[in-house]
Design a protein around this ligand. Structure first.
Ligand SMILES: [Zn+2]
Length: 61
């Protein structure tokens, strides 16, 4: 796997020293996302395709 163990927001790459990070477990992998980008994950996950493998198939909330 690539460096998904890095604790950075998968969208903006800010780390836990810059923003609070929320852990996302998805398809057996762990990702982190900051509060600023949680709405993207909820409402427009297709935007995360490429960042979060398989996100393009997720249902928008
Ligand atoms: Zn972010």
């Amino acid at each position: 796997m690539d460096k998904n163990t890095d604790k950075v927001c998968l969208v903006c790459k800010q780390d836990e020293n810059q923003v609070p990070l929320v852990q996302v477990d998805f398809k057996g992998n762990n990702y982190y996302i900051c509060p600023q980008h949680i709405p993207v994950l909820i409402h427009d996950p297709a935007q995360l395709e490429g960042l979060l493998p398989g996100a393009g198939t997720m249902q928008a909330g």
